[in-house]
Design a protein. Sequence first.
Length: 519
Amino acid sequence: MPPEVGTVSWGSVVRDAFRLLPERVQVFDTTLRDGEQTPGVSLRKEEKVEVARALAELGVAVIEAGYPAVSRGEHEAVREISRLGLGPKVCALARCDRRDIDRAVDAGVDWVHVFIATSEIHMRHKLRMTPEQVYEAAVESVEYAKSRGVEVHFSCEDATRSERSFLLRVYKGAAEAGADSLDVPDTVGVAIPLVMRELARQVREATGLPVAVHCHDDMGLATANTIAGVEGGAEIVHVTVNGIGERAGNASLEEVVVALKVLYGVDSGIDLSKLAAVSRLVSSLTGMVVQRNKAVVGDHAFSHESGIHVHGVINNPLTYEPIAPELVGKRRRIVVGKHSGTHAVVEVLRQHGFELDLEEGKRVLERVKELADTGARLTEQLLLGLVRDDPSLVSSQPLEVISVSLRADGREVSGEVEVFLRGERVTGFGRGRSPVSASISAVANVVSRVLGPVEVVECSVYVPPNPDRCPAEAEVVLRFNGSTLVGRGLAHDPAMAVAMAVGGAVSQALSMRTGGDGS
Ligand code: MN
């Protein structure tokens, strides 16, 4: 059965198939705990607080802020996040150990997430405890945590590899000991949707408590498994921003909440329009780059290349977009390629600062096709080369970057850029902690001195795996002259690429001011 047209939701189909599907779920965000356990990632206290503030604005129900037993710094960060009273409940992780639980409670949290492993392999080789000892420890720890006046969220670690009747017995014991909610973790990412759905249903049925699912992406099934848990009646989803986390990561917050909302009609309380910004924040603080073709928040999630698709989305975006990019705070992007049409050529060149009308666009496209017939592969790079080599095709950019020269001096990079600004040669100076930031600051210096203040709202640079072969790509969003503008730059040197992207954006503002050519 096709989805309901316009709403795209599978609506009544899912309601008929999954009678336990809740109306809404609570988002339990573990970016600051499991997400921070990503290999190589470690956040400073201020950075954790910044992420927590963003999560609160996003609308998550629970922030798992950390594991206070790990270190003093971690304890302080959790305490600070609790103290701020941001809105969401704050949770901390604790083993079935009184000292761990005390450390968590003393950090001022609302929830303590108590866990113990219940799989044969974990009990024997990690805990070195018998199943009976594990059961006792779980019950005793839940009782203890409850006695300290917090809400208790209890997990059987490695639940999906645990013997089922023992697993359910431990969950029941925890429930009777006073746990407020239970979590079913697929700790090593081996579940399949059918299993998660069934497990969530069984744990809920056995205990009557709200159930959470915690899925890992070792087989690329974290999102599907999380949603299957919801189909089985789970009302809490453990997720991380950008899906960061141990090994292949956790279920991605963006994917889970958008799929639940759009496809299932299940609300999560998340302000979807903030997803892109939170994704960028977490990526920049953790250094975990988001894969370009990642669902919802990837660079290419709303990019269109082929002529048929571009023509389609220009006429009606629903033709090739399941959701509007604005819904999740993204922008549509048109990319030139082998099958591009005139609209794509005009749009892409505009972002590089070239203003042209459809007639000029057609002329450029003809040249492009002649080249393509000789076997050249149409890329953004080829298109730019073409218009730069033949000034008769398109008039030049109002702001053209000529050169960037930078020096690294200890921890700082400084240098200058030379630009043609409406035909005049001007130099700007800048400094920063990287070549990219120094270069942006130098172009911004020229622009603010000569034309007025410019604010860089966003900047992303993609450096390909083989930078000698393919150029680096930069995209910047600027606020200049009262407009918000997207500029793009391509160059083998990433610092040059960002300078050109700033130039591309400023050129658009200048073309608008002078009236451009009216196109
Ligand atoms: Mn985990």
